[in-house]
Design a protein around this ligand. Structure first.
Ligand code: FUL
Length: 473
């Protein structure tokens, strides 16, 4: 029987919460940056903007939702309040909100329209609420602002149905009075857990980790089990954007490896803290007419998709509506082609109905064949001697294939540390993929081959190995 060091056993025992699993399954979803900045052509408002300016005469949240759906997304996160403090819902705690705008004579509610559209199109709905508020006079005064912010949170957490995510960025700048606020993060989290127990709290929160840049660059190995200190709000704030003109473009080089054995060895506390990749389809987060001709091309978005969703992270793609309240035709073009490309790339899982044999399994309920099962409780389990375990996928016939999708059963943690993938060509096993992390999902891509058999070899793992996805396209 293999022996494992205590710290490896500990890492192997860290598992996601149900809400984290649900979030991970969302995979690809949109960010909608929309607010007063949309009308002032800016990225960070200073809080002094006239609410009258907000007037999206053709606001069409159904168009946003429909496009997200057609692009292959499963959710949407709306900036209910950005750093300028202007609220897209009629907050009872400030006049700096849609109620003071010309839009619908002050009777509109963008958050409500957006929530309804998501429901109609079968998308999960989430909200971004910026704790940094450059309008609110109590900001920077301590308890008074925290109370105000919690009141606002309560409004958005209770009026718009189920939320899958509450997104806090790390920015903590100065308020009107030049003072910085000490946020009551624990208090905010408590309220969210109480009112939206299924929502993950992302970025400046305990459930989902920022990948570390806004350019769509991911680590080669995005571990989900990492040292606890990565969730520290001061650390997150220190690493976030501090200047509107300097969006983080690269991953801090000292943080390229967060979860290998080397990183977790000396750590007394680990958490399940998977990565999210947030990037805008344009240069800025908000809409600027000057960027109409620099919408990211399909090839760039697909590259980010494969590097994020295909490498154990989620992909949060920002699409900023115009002042009219609609998605611009340039963005529509890219989004529709993205949806079409994803349809083509994942048209039919050729491993459906295949046979998997293995060289070891824990018991008869966890044979290799179980990796093909759709049920969450059915998966292959190696038993406690994972290294050298092999699974052979027999497609039953030869097919043209250029992608294999693998996934661990993350309910039992993240175990696999190194793997290789082979295809049988001319009677010989040829390596077509491999790496470190598999996690929730790993998409291995290679030049198209005509093939019947694939072999997955687990070279290194923590206490055991599992597999709940083995798909071929
Ligand atoms: C950052 C903000 O400062 C940006 O304006 C944007 O909202 C981005 C997603 O988060 O921290």
């Amino acid at each position: 029987m293999a022996k494992y060091p205590e710290y490896v056993k500990y890492a192997a025992s860290v598992v996601p919460s149900e809400r984290q699993i649900k979030w991970q399954e969302t995979e690809f979803y949109s960010f909608i940056h929309f607010g007063i900045n949309t009308f002032t052509d800016s990225e960070w408002g200073n809080g002094n903007e006239d609410p009258e300016l907000f007037n999206p005469e053709k606001l069409d949240c159904r168009q946003w939702a429909k496009l997200c759906k057609l692009a292959g997304m499963k959710g949407m996160i709306l900036t209910a309040k950005h750093h300028d403090g202007f609220c897209l819902w009629p907050s009872a705690y400030t006049d700096h909100c849609v109620r003071s705008s010309r839009w619908k004579d002050g009777k509109g509610d963008v958050v409500a329209e957006c929530a309804a559209a998501c429901k109609e199109f079968g998308l999960k709905f989430g909200i971004y609420v910026s704790p940094w508020d450059r309008h609110e006079p109590t900001y920077g005064t301590g308890e008074a602002y925290n109370k105000f912010f919690k009141n606002q949170l309560r409004e958005v957490l209770t009026a718009y149905g189920e939320l899958f995510c509450v997104w806090f960025d790390g920015a903590c700048g100065e308020g009107k009075n030049g003072k910085k606020q000490e946020y009551d993060w624990e208090g905010y989290y408590k309220l969210i857990r109480e009112l939206q127990p299924n929502a993950t709290i992302n970025i400046s929160g305990p459930d989902v980790r920022w990948c570390g840049n806004e350019a769509g660059v991911c680590r080669q190995s995005e571990w989900s089990v990492v040292p606890y200190f990565h969730s520290n709000s001061e650390l997150i704030a220190a690493q976030s954007q501090k200047d509107v003109s300097k969006p983080p473009k690269k991953i801090n080089p000292t943080a390229l490896d967060l979860g290998s054995r080397k990183q977790i060895k000396k750590c007394s506390k680990l958490i399940w803290y998977p990565a999210e990749v947030d990037v805008s389809i344009r240069k800025g987060w908000f809409y600027h007419p000057s960027e109409d001709y620099s919408v990211k091309p399909l090839s760039k978005l697909m590259e980010i998709y494969y590097n994020s969703v295909g490498s154990n992270a989620c992909f949060l793609l920002n699409i900023p509506p115009t002042p009219e309240g609609k998605i611009h035709e340039k963005d529509i073009e890219t989004l529709l082609s993205m949806g079409a490309q994803l349809e083509i790339d994942f048209n039919e899982n050729l491993a459906d109905g295949s046979v998997i044999t293995d060289n070891r399994h824990l018991d008869e309920k966890h044979t290799g064949q179980m990796a093909l099962s759709e049920y969450p409780d059915s998966y292959w389990h190696s038993g406690d001697d994972p290294e050298g375990a092999e699974l052979i996928l027999d497609l039953g016939d030869e097919y043209d294939i250029d992608k294999i999708v693998l996934g661990e059963n993350i309910r039992t943690g993240q175990q696999i540390e190194k793997f290789k993938l082979y295809a049988q060509l001319g009677g010989k096993w040829k390596k077509v993929g491999g790496g470190t992390v598999i996690g929730y999902k790993k998409i291995c891509r290679f030049d198209e081959i005509r093939v019947r058999y694939f072999k997955l070899v687990i070279e290194k793992a923590r206490c055991f190995a599992t597999l709940s996805k083995f798909e071929a396209y």
